[in-house]
Design a protein around this ligand. Structure first.
Ligand code: GLA
Ligand code: ZN
Length: 676
């Protein structure tokens, strides 16, 4: 069953953020844009993101003329529109008249008008003004045939420390702890250093000049900020949906955003979209490709359906330390990489380069020269041509049997933990290391939270799942009991969801039975240190962390061969119920995991996407629908591949030929279809 972004338009979208209001005094540009849109093989424009000033120049006085005109124009020229709500940046009058909408910083100072993405998510005035403009937009454009998705605000981010937010924080805690301050005191272990609270009114935001030492409080603050941001977004969605229930809503997310738990934010959205700006052509191009793929997998997994690549840079960005041009081919390869992992759109920031202000040198489909004669324009055109040729891929999905847990709350708790390697626990790079062998083999992986549905998968990997709440312990137990393969690592099951340590030995509670081990202590190594590990006569190296674990029923697969823990187990497996629970007690360099992943995949019976030897830097990812497989053969190596043998016949969707081999240029990608 194919799932489309919008069933009314079962095709790929190819387009960009478009800000025609910047050119309102030179409307010939608008006509030129329409001509260029068609030439670029684009069929979509995202409009209205920062248009509040143009739409409501004075409080309560609305002027939709520019949007009316531009949406009609786009539609007449064969395009579709993703329409944004404008709350990402507010007009000056709003801040002048209602300063409460401006964010307060941690030091208590209120921001002045300026910038964007910096409003208070609690402010009733801001919420009301946003509700009004959103409702008007929904009423006016909800039935327009051009509009196929709502783009809610833009890149929600950050926190506000105003009194209203602090009040809401207390209410949030009241609810969480059943209005019982003693429950909170227990969870916060607040007898420590005499930090006990006598009432909810005494609670303040954690912050540099106040409380920073109560980890439970820090964690709840993170939860609150995320909750409040999501609640604000949900209110925006509500305003739209109450008028226009049948157009899907999305908001553009960012990779790895710290303050917002995207698993929660995803719930009310119909479709996930994200903004991808990798550092292509850096010292580690393959690492960058794998890292980007991880995020594509993550965003697809949020809703288990095709997602939108809402923003990507044509050519280059302007906000990195070094703003390097994408090399020929890279635009198309990066775009098709997103598609390979489940994106049904390729969209750019931005369509036309702005003339002034802070983004005037950011890449755009149309440069200041204003023509179709640029290298970047032609690259976009080429990507568009590919998307047209492979349009039938839209709506298909990869088949997924493996999941990696990347959990937001765990990330917050680990980030705050005082111990281990103090400044960087390397949670994200570790998750990435576990993803890498799958990426190389073209095996799709879902990235899920600790509250994900494990039952769907044959293998679940939980790197550094330090915070493991009771419910997760229960679900891990059930999953393994019923035949699942669960791979846990050092730090598993150390604290509960209030960041209180589990008593009675790690990993927590029943996990000791499930894994058949007891983890007595963890050693943090200096960065240059290595410990030796031996498995099956082969030597590996451990870095950063090594735990001293004791076997209690598990079978040892690898042992330490250095330090005072030489001879102790380093990797174990335990048969529990019908399944298996693996425990890796140390951080490896990646070499052991490469080998282990191969063993596990063989045991479970998951094959590589293409069963042939791939040259370094080439990988293949798949989507499937209706019994047909679509293969994306991607070359990140920067070198030509003259002939890659595919092992069997495939249909090259662009060349329209049946072939058993492909040749790939530098940064090239070929899309193949299985021949039944
Ligand atoms: C973000 C924003 C865009 C733009 C781009 C520039 O993703 O959403 O408005 O500023 O960055 O790369
Ligand atoms: Zn606030």
């Amino acid at each position: 069953m194919r799932k489309y972004i919008n069933d009314r338009f079962p095709h790929f979208l190819h387009g960009a953020d478009y800000n025609p209001e910047q050119w309102i005094h030179s409307k010939e540009i608008w006509d030129k844009d329409m001509e260029l849109m068609k030439k670029a093989n684009c069929n979509e424009m995202t409009v209205g993101i920062f248009s509040w000033e143009a739409l409501e120049p004075e409080e309560g006085k609305f002027d939709f003329s520019f949007l009316d005109e531009i949406i009609d124009k786009i539609y007449k020229n064969g395009g579709r529109v993703v329409l944004a709500t404008p709350s990402g940046a507010r007009p000056r009058w709003l801040a002048e008249k209602y300063p409460e909408v401006l964010r307060v910083r941690e030091d208590g100072s209120r921001e002045r008008f300026g910038g964007r993405h910096n409003h208070c998510y609690t402010s009733p005035v801001y919420r009301e003004k946003v509700r009004i403009i959103n409702t008007k937009l929904a009423e006016r454009y909800g039935k327009h045939p051009a509009v196929i998705a709502w783009h809610i605000s833009n890149e929600y981010y950050g926190e506000c420390y105003c009194d209203m937010c602090e009040h809401e924080f207390r209410e949030f805690l009241r609810k969480r702890y059943d209005n019982d301050i003693e429950k909170l005191n227990h969870a916060y272990w607040s007898y420590f250093w005499s930090h006990k609270y006598n009432s909810f009114e005494e609670i303040e935001f954690p912050g540099e000049h106040g409380e920073t030492t109560i980890h439970g409080l820090n964690l709840d603050f993170r939860r609150f900020v995320s909750y409040q941001t999501t609640d604000f977004m949900n209110a925006e969605i509500e305003a739209i949906r109450s008028v226009c229930p049948d157009i899907p809503v999305t908001t553009n997310m960012m990779p790895g955003t710290y303050p917002t738990n995207y698993y929660e934010m995803a719930q009310k959205l119909d479709v996930i979209s994200w903004d991808s700006y990798p550092d292509w052509h850096n010292q580690n191009q393959l690492g960058e490709a794998c890292h980007t793929a991880f995020w594509h997998e993550f965003f697809r997994s949020l809703k288990n359906r095709p997602f939108m690549l809402m923003e990507s840079a044509p050519g280059l960005v302007n906000w990195k330390a070094y703003n390097k041009l994408k090399r020929p081919g890279m635009d198309r390869l990066a775009s098709l990489q997103a598609v390979a992992h489940g994106s049904d759109t390729v969209q750019y920031f931005q369509w036309r380069k702005s003339r002034g202000s802070v983004e005037k040198f950011h890449g755009a489909v149309v440069d200041h020269v204003g023509t179709d004669e640029t290298r970047v324009f032609k690259a976009v055109q080429a990507t568009g041509a590919t998307l047209k040729a492979i349009d039938e891929v839209a709506g298909s999905m990869p088949k997924v049997r493996v999941a990696i847990i990347y959990d937001w709350e765990n990330r917050w708790a680990l980030g705050d933990a005082q111990g281990f390697a103090l400044h960087d626990k390397k949670y994200m790079p570790t998750c990435l290391q576990y993803y890498r062998p799958f990426w190389k083999r073209g095996i799709a992986v879902d990235i899920v939270s600790a509250h994900g549905d494990f039952k769907k998968y044959d293998l679940v990997i939980a790197p550094m799942l330090y915070m493991t709440d009771h419910d997760t312990i229960h679900r891990i137990t059930e999953y393994v009991k019923n035949g699942g393969n669960f791979y846990g690592t050092y730090m598993l099951g150390m604290v509960d969801d209030t960041d209180l340590c589990y008593l009675g030995g790690y990993p927590a509670e029943n996990l000791k039975e499930v894994f058949g081990i007891w983890n007595e202590e963890i050693d943090t190594l200096y960065p240059e240190e290595r410990v030796k590990i031996v498995a099956d006569g082969k030597e590996y190296e451990g870095v950063d962390y090594s735990e001293r674990i004791h076997v209690r029923g598990a079978k040892t697969l690898a042992v330490y061969d250095s330090e005072f823990y030489a001879g102790m187990p380093a990797l174990t497996v335990n048969h529990y119920g019908k399944g298996k629970a693996y425990y890796q007690a140390f951080r490896d360099t990646g070499a052991l995991w490469e080998d282990m992943a191969a063993v596990l995949l063989q045991e479970i019976g998951i094959n590589d996407a293409l069963e042939c030897e791939l040259p370094k830097g080439v990988c293949v990812h798949k989507r499937e629908a209706d019994g047909v497989e679509y293969l994306f053969v991607q070359n990140y190596s920067g070198e030509k591949i003259n002939e890659l043998s595919l092992g069997k016949e495939y249909f090259d969707m662009e060349a329209q030929t049946v072939t058993k081999t492909v040749a790939l240029d530098e940064f090239d990608v070929k899309v193949l279809k299985s021949v039944i």
